[in-house]
Design a protein around this ligand. Structure first.
Ligand SMILES: Cc1ncc(COP(=O)(O)O)c(C=O)c1O
Length: 397
């Protein structure tokens, strides 16, 4: 039986699988069973921030797994602390709560905001249309209007979502009753949509007026993907809580909520927890990943890669304005909005050896690793150009 045939029999069918069975991966590429290479701009859904099987990360995983793989959060553990020190250095937040995923980071932030809000007479949560914060019922409660909620309501009461980048709607929705506003600085699943500077300025201005918490969901934008360690570091003011996951564990499951000294006192001992949260092997992989990012200057490289890719895509946009509607994003998080369904372009790229993802049905999302070489950029642009040319020919009236 083939891999897809066994998969169809054994796995609960919640995922729409792509027609590719990956046999191994290395650096910027994945390989199928026949040894065919695909340049990986899918990025394991934004996880493989420094590519696959980086030797520094592999060595760190081996070393920690050979030392201890798990002891539980009843014990302080050096890998958790070494990673926390690196996160403090890179983000400026002195405290971290560890969990295992983006959804768990969202859940921890909802609980923390709820407890803080209860003590301060604030009981409402706000988020934005098109946002994605995970699949728990708590996260879904923040995703009003999303198809992911269908069949799961009723959800947590007191949550609403207003249009993204719409200052008037934001102003109308917040008040002294607002406990927290959850925001992605660039909506990832929502189609790689950056928040405008004016919108973020308005959000911080309203926080000064009403005293709510700003929770930045940097699960996708964090870890240097957009050219700064956090996408929220683009602005002078900073969120109260920052959610991290995806690239944080160097390919292993790890999530985190970064916070101030004050916020770190809200849960209290026993107020929240997780058996695996901050798993030492995942933390060791995360430390190695961050050290590579710092050692190799990959934050600056993310910006350079993004600029080169966007320049190529912009010129394609001007040649095929009917097929490409918009090119947007920052660093190694780029969205190519098409005037047509994006599945055909994705499949054409796959057939030519480039793995890309589709979000929001019309957006090709490019999440290349920060280790991408110039020749990989040229190769990817060549494949994308041919896929767009093909789409233009096929959609010509
Ligand atoms: C912005 C954002 N938040 C939260 C999540 C949920 O993360 P996870 O799938 O690790 O639970 C995702 C996943 O795509 C995400 O993009």
């Amino acid at each position: 039986m083939t891999l897809p045939e066994r998969d169809a029999q054994l796995i609960v069918p919640t995922y729409r699988r792509l027609p590719l069975s990956i046999a191994r991966a290395r650096g910027c590429s994945v390989f199928d069973a026949e040894g065919r290479e695909y340049l990986d701009f899918f990025g394991g859904l934004a996880v493989t921030i420094i590519g696959h099987c980086h030797p520094t990360v592999v060595d760190a995983i081996h070393a920690q797994a050979g030392s201890f793989a798990h002891v539980s959060n009843y014990f302080p553990q050096a890998p958790q602390l070494d990673l926390a020190e690196l996160l403090r250095e890179l983000s400026g937040y002195p405290r971290v709560f560890y969990c295992n995923s983006g959804t768990e980071a969202t859940e921890a932030a909802i609980k923390l905001s709820r407890k803080w809000g209860n003590a301060n007479g604030k009981h409402e949560f706000l988020a934005f249309r098109g946002g994605f914060h995970g699949r728990s019922t708590g996260a879904l409660a923040l995703m009003e209007g999303s198809a992911y909620r269908e069949g799961y309501e009723p959800l947590l009461p007191g949550c609403a979502a207003v249009p993204f980048n719409d200052i008037a709607s934001l102003e109308a929705a917040v008040s002294e009753h607002t406990a927290a506003v959850f925001i992605e600085m660039i909506q990832g699943e929502g189609g790689v949509l950056p928040a405008s500077d004016d919108f973020i300025d308005a959000l911080y201005r309203l926080r000064r007026t009403f005293g709510f918490l700003v929770v930045a969901d940097e699960v996708q934008t964090g870890m240097g993907r957009t050219g700064t360690f956090l996408a929220s570091q683009r602005w002078d003011e900073r969120p109260d809580l920052v959610l991290l996951a995806k690239g944080l564990g160097g390919g292993l499951p790890l999530g985190a909520v970064l916070m101030s000294e004050n916020m770190s006192q809200v849960f209290g001992v026993g107020g929240h927890g997780s058996t695996f949260g901050g798993n030492p092997v995942a933390c060791a992989a995360g430390i190695a990943t961050l050290r590579v990012i710092l050692r190799d200057g990959l934050l600056a490289r993310a910006t350079e890669i993004g600029n080169r890719l966007c320049a190529g895509l912009e010129s394609l946009h001007s040649r095929y304005p009917g097929v490409i509607v918009d090119v947007r994003g920052r660093g190694c998080m780029i969205g190519l909005e098409l005037g047509i369904e994006a599945g055909g372009v994705r499949d054409a790229c796959l057939a030519s050896g480039l793995l890309v993802n589709v979000t929001h049905s019309t957006v090709i999302r490019l999440l290349p690793p920060l280790i991408l070489r110039d020749e990989d950029i040229e190769r990817a642009l060549g494949i994308l150009t041919r896929a767009i040319e093909l789409a233009a020919r096929e959609t010509r009236p």
